[in-house]
Design a protein around this ligand. Structure first.
Ligand SMILES: Cc1ncc(COP(=O)(O)O)c(C=O)c1O
Length: 419
């Protein structure tokens, strides 16, 4: 294997070559392909080291100083450091760092603030909202009465007039903002005003944008939302996991909802890795990284438009690009498959008012967090746009495209340098 600056894999290679081979193959896949899934990133070797540590052995149900197990005095320190760093990073009164994922963070937020059957106003998954914001296949749509809001047909931006009308008509207990496929900023002040008008809680799901908030390149929801949920593995570049920020007043309700209502023993190795990621995100280098993530997304979207795709909402303010493929006459599922053959990993994605079912979709969603962590800049973004368009339109060009992808990834290797 080429030089690898990450945790030592040799004990695994000796002990379990079959699984070691899977790890090495995945490392090679990440190294020699373009990773453009907007939810993914390149966690640092320090984050990986914390994840692969003996903290995984420790049971620690409860919270620091209030555990249901003995021997927690050392792991308590990891959680206390993670909480203190998260509070400082985001200016929040309280942080819960135990959620296993963004989904369990959202489940805990619902559990803390609502009762089954309550009405919730949330962005439709067909317009970019996440499936925990009301999909019938998820607890949110099954246990709550979810009224969806969407974007305007002309601007493809959130229709705040519609949100207010729906709020006045349905009097929801909670309004949710934040999305999985919305490239624009959310106006938290307007949503706070609407929530106050109808006496609703405001939940900001910042799963996607929290790293950009940490880096100071998008506005923080913390001053406006009662509760902010987030993931640690997307733009924040930490381990796979979730977190919750809230006011001091809501802290006991949120903590009880996470444990014991939704979860059991916390993953202390992941909490230590979250602490590492919060520490990294507080550094000036991370602010510079977050700035480059957004600059790269803007360059990428402009280059895709120049190549013939239509950027949904006309562009992006974040790490995320949503492109309408209809001008080039290819559907999202076909584009995803053709890009994969050329070594480019991205997602098909419904666009607002999509005539296709979600399994086919008319759009693709791309993100810049991973490739920016590899050190790619504007020239690479233009090359990526050209590769994507060629891959989508010309399935016979695979060999030459694989070579172009390889040239980019060789110039910007993952885990070749200390992160
Ligand atoms: C807006 C939003 N919320 C929640 C989640 C869920 O996160 P996880 O996959 O960690 O459960 C995601 C994941 O993509 C998301 O985009």
């Amino acid at each position: 294997m080429e030089r690898y600056c990450g945790p030592d894999l040799s004990p695994l290679a000796r002990h379990d070559p079959e699984i070691a081979e899977v790890l090495c193959d995945e490392l090679e896949r990440q190294r020699h392909g373009l990773q453009l899934i907007a939810s993914e990133n390149l966690a640092s070797p320090a984050v990986l080291a914390a994840l692969g540590s003996p903290l995984t052995n420790k049971y620690a149900e409860g919270y620091p100083g209030r555990r249901y197990h003995g021997g927690c005095e050392v792991v308590d320190r990891a959680e206390q450091i993670a909480i203190a760093r998260a509070k400082r990073l985001f200016g929040a009164e309280h942080a819960n760092v135990q959620p296993y994922s963004g989904t369990t963070a959202n489940l805990a937020a619902y559990a803390a603030l609502l009762r089954p059957g309550d009405t919730v106003l949330a962005m439709s998954p067909r317009h970019g909202g996440h499936f925990t914001h009301g999909s019938r296949a998820n607890f949110s749509g099954r246990w709550f009465d979810v009224v969806p809001y969407g974007v305007r047909r002309d601007t493809e931006r959130i229709d705040y007039d519609e949100v207010r009308d729906l709020a006045l008509r349905h009097e929801p207990k909670m309004i949710i903002c934040g999305a999985a496929a919305y490239p624009r900023l959310v106006d938290h002040a307007v949503l706070r005003g609407i929530a106050d008008e109808v006496g609703a809680w405001l939940l900001a799901d910042a799963a996607h944008t929290i790293g950009l908030v940490a880096g100071g390149v998008v506005p923080s929801p913390v001053p406006y939302a009662d509760v902010v949920t987030f993931t640690t593995h997307k733009t924040l570049r930490g381990p796979r996991g979730g977190g919750i920020l809230c006011t001091g007043e809501l802290a006991p309700r949120i903590d009880r909802a996470v444990f014991p209502f939704v979860q059991g023993g916390p993953m202390m190795h992941v909490i230590a890795a979250k602490a590492v990621a919060f520490g990294e995100a507080a550094r000036p280098e991370f602010a510079a990284y977050a700035r480059r993530v957004v600059e790269n997304a803007r360059t990428l979207v402009a280059a895709l438009e120049a190549e013939g795709l239509r950027p949904v909402s006309g562009g992006t303010d974040t790490h995320l690009v949503l492109a309408d493929l209809r001008p080039v006459g290819v559907d999202g599922a076909t584009a995803e498959r053709r890009c994969a053959a050329a070594g480019v990993t991205l997602d098909r994605c419904p666009i607002p008012f999509d005539p296709e079912p979600p399994s086919v979709a008319s759009g693709i969603r791309l993100g810049t967090p991973y490739v920016t962590s590899q050190g790619m800049g504007p020239d690479a973004m233009k090359e990526i746009a050209s590769i994507v368009l060629q891959a989508v339109g010309n399935p016979n060009a695979v060999t030459s495209l694989l070579a172009r992808v390889r040239a980019l990834t060789d110039a910007h290797p993952a885990y070749r340098n200390e992160g």
